[in-house]
Design a protein around this ligand. Structure first.
Ligand SMILES: Nc1ncnc2c1ncn2[C@@H]1O[C@H](COP(=O)(O)OP(=O)(O)O)[C@@H](O)[C@H]1O
Ligand SMILES: [Mg+2]
Length: 263
C-alpha cells in the first residue's frame, strides 16, 4: 500500500532557519502491506510523529519519497489522497475546529466524498459509527470539542476515520488520553479493521506492550532512524539492537503479558 524510501526530514530552528538543524527523520525506508498492522515504536522525540505527518502530506520531506500504490503521494491530489489515508492523532484537540459542534464536524467529513449523500444517510452513518466505538450520540453531538474529554476526542477521531473508511490508517499514540478499559476496546477495533476489513494500519506508540498486542510487524525507531524491523516474535525473543533490548527490558512482565494475549 505504502512504500517509504529514504525519507529524511530536517527542521531548521532559529531566526530565518539559521539556527540549529534537527534531523527528525533520517533515511527511513519501509513497506506497509495490505491488511497489516505495522507498529512504529520509539521514545519521545525519535521522529515518529514526523513520519506520520510526512505520510499524511502535512509536511514536505527534505529528501526521499513516499509511494501510495506506486504513485508518489505528491502527485496525487490531496482530496483524493485523504479519502484513502486518515489519521488518529495523539493530540485530538489540534485535529478539530473548536468553533463547530461535533455533529457539524462529523457532517463535514462527507465533503470528502465525491457523491451527494442525503442528510438522513449522513445521520444514520454517524449514529452507527458513534455507537460502535462506545460514544453516546445524544451526549456528544450537541457539544463543542472543548466540552469533551481527551478520551472522547480520540474516539471522535476514530469515528471520523470510520466514516471516511480509508484504506490506510495512521494511529499516532491513539490511546494516550484514554483510560485502560477503553484502550483495549480501541486496540481491538484497530485489530478488527485490519483482520476483517483489510485495512492497513501504522500504529505509533512508545508503549511496547501495546505494539505487541496489536501488530504483525514492528519498526523500532531511535533518533530519527529505524534501527530494527522484524516480526513481533523476533523483536520480543531475539532483539538485535541495544536500544530494542533496553526497550524490552524496561517491561519486565512483557513476556507474561504476551503469552496471555496469545491465548
Ligand atoms: N515543526 C518542527 N520544528 C522543529 N523541530 C521539530 C518540529 N517537529 C518536530 N521537531 C523535532 O523533531 C524531533 C522528532 O519529533 P517527533 O517526530 O514529534 O517525535 P516523536 O513523535 O517520536 O515524539 C524532535 O527533536 C522534535 O523536537
Ligand atoms: Mg509523537
Amino acid at each position: 500500500m505504502l512504500r517509504v524510501e529514504n525519507l529524511t526530514k530536517i527542521f531548521r530552528t532559529g531566526f530565518l532557519g539559521k539556527g540549529e538543524e534537527i534531523i527528525a527523520v533520517n533515511e527511513v525506508s519501509f513497506l506497509l502491506r495490505k491488511g497489516e498492522i505495522l507498529s512504529l515504536i520509539g521514545e519521545s522525540g525519535s521522529g515518529k510523529t514526523t513520519v506520520a505527518r510526512l505520510i499524511l502530506k502535512l509536511l514536505r520531506p527534505t529528501s526521499g519519497h513516499i509511494y501510495y500504490k506506486d504513485t508518489d503521494i505528491w502527485d496525487i491530489p490531496s482530496k483524493t489522497y485523504w479519502r484513502k489515508i486518515q489519521a488518529i492523532f495523539q493530540d485530538p484537540y489540534a485535529s478539530f475546529n473548536s468553533f463547530y459542534k461535533v455533529d457539524r464536524i462529523l457532517k463535514n467529513v462527507f465533503k470528502l466524498f465525491p457523491d451527494k449523500i442525503s442528510e438522513e444517510e449522513k445521520d444514520r452513518k454517524i449514529y452507527e459509527v458513534l455507537e460502535r466505538i462506545g460514544l453516546d450520540p445524544k451526549e456528544v453531538l450537541g457539544k463543542h470539542p472543548f466540552e469533551l474529554s481527551g478520551g472522547q476526542m480520540q474516539r471522535l477521531l476514530l469515528a471520523r476515520c470510520l466514516i471516511i473508511d480509508p484504506e490506510v490508517i495512521i494511529a499516532d499514540e491513539p490511546t494516550s488520553m484514554i483510560d485502560a478499559s477503553m484502550r483495549v476496546i480501541l486496540l481491538n477495533i484497530l485489530k478488527e479493521l485490519s483482520n476483517k476489513a483489510g485495512k492497513s494500519i501504522i500504529f505509533i506508540t512508545h508503549d511496547i506492550s501495546q505494539a505487541f498486542y496489536v501488530s504483525d510487524r514492528v519498526l523500532v525507531m531511535y533518533r530519527g532512524r529505524i534501527v530494527e524491523s522484524d516480526s513481533v516474535e523476533h523483536i520480543l525473543f531475539s532483539p538485535q539492537h541495544p536500544y530494542t533490548k533496553r526497550l524490552i527490558s524496561d517491561v519486565p512482565k512483557l513476556h507474561e503479558k504476551f503469552k496471555f494475549t496469545l491465548t
